[in-house]
Design a protein around this ligand. Sequence first.
Ligand code: TRP
Length: 457
Amino acid sequence: MLTAEKERGNWGSKIGFIVAAAGSAIGLGNIWRFPYVAGENGGAAFVFIYIIFVILIGLPVMISELSIGRHTQKNPVGAFGKIAPKSFWKIVGGLGVLTGIGILSFYGVIAGFTVGYFIKILLGDLSHITTGDQANEVFNQFTANPYLSIGLLFIFLFFTSAIVMGGVSAGIERWSKILMPVLFVLLIVLAVRSVTLNGAMKGLEFYLKPDLSKISIPMLARALGQALFSLSLGMGTIITYGSYLSRRENLVTSAGAVVFFDTLIAILAGLVMFPALFAMGMDPAGGAGLVFVVLPSIFAKMPGGMFFGAGIFLLLSVAALTSTISLLEVPVAYFVDERKWDRKKATLLMGISAFILGIPSAISLGAVKSFSVLPFLDFGFLDFMNALFGNYSLTIGSFLIAVFAGYKWGIKNVLNEIEQDGVTFLYKNIWSFLIRYICPVAIVLILGYIIITRNYF
Ligand code: TRP
């Protein structure tokens, strides 16, 4: 076992793993997606439910994914196949491979936007902004150009593929160990500016004072999807990363650390966004363009705002890159391990697939107005991909992972994997209860309601 572990490579240290997994988790999900989804779903009530789901569903599923990954030392398809040979469980891994490409395709579009905005700031294109309307205008013009959006998507996926192909992600981890704390500090500075703006109070109230009457089942579905998305759960990313984790490490505290930092950054991002948004009289339910409109409006109200702006969009691109690497790594690990493809070929083909699949998303935020998948769905293609792969596929995947850990592979085996080398899992009874009863039942109830009422989006 140990030699196999050595051959596959390992994280240099415990902190190396936490940095990589946190790098996967922390990304656009926290800073782009969390605020706009919270804004569309009632603010504080959503945040409240989100945190409950992170603790009751996200954390137990993450512990399960990590132990499956470390035990099998494989990609998701191989991992399920190893524990449950000749069964349908392999399909769960297959769903993860597909979902990786699906998420990468639209995630790459938004990541491309962050690069675009970084360049725009350097060119001085945002320096004339003083109002929310102007920021909106800039964003609309930016997204109206299909070649630009597609070009930026290409550039982003090119870098992601180059890194995954070269296996140089260790270098990226070294960098993100330095850069992510910088991102954190910049967000704190922006949050301070945001909450001290005139009229920020209303935003704080919207964000932090829950109105529980706003809770609805579709909102629960979105909060759950957002929690899973933000933590990179439900498609085997964490299985894959766990497969590089050494047996000496404590899975539970590692999972706890990743969940804690990821949630902290998301909450902080909301603290940047909502006070400013309300101070400037914008609509919290403004949708996927939210960060690109709100952030430049804050920079306009800060001394040296463009300097902060450049920093934030650059770091956001880096945060997105450590996430896209983890998304691409899942299908690549599958084709390399299971299909014996060459790593170069696998990366190239998967990168190109994500690019082609991403083109309709890239043009759906402006270039082609309300470019929709099906005639009866009057919203954009990116929104559709985001809901399909970024919410439902992860929710179904997490359900299956919970059932797998709780019933198929079984509590005893998971706990054996966790409690090695003198590690004790203090809360194992709570974890067992959550993974066997709470996770699957909550997901079935929520998805069942969504299907019966056809309230998919
Ligand atoms: N969690 C990342 C973010 O918040 C995105 C991401 C990376 C992801 N890998 C994933 C989401 C796997 C779901 C599954 O930006």
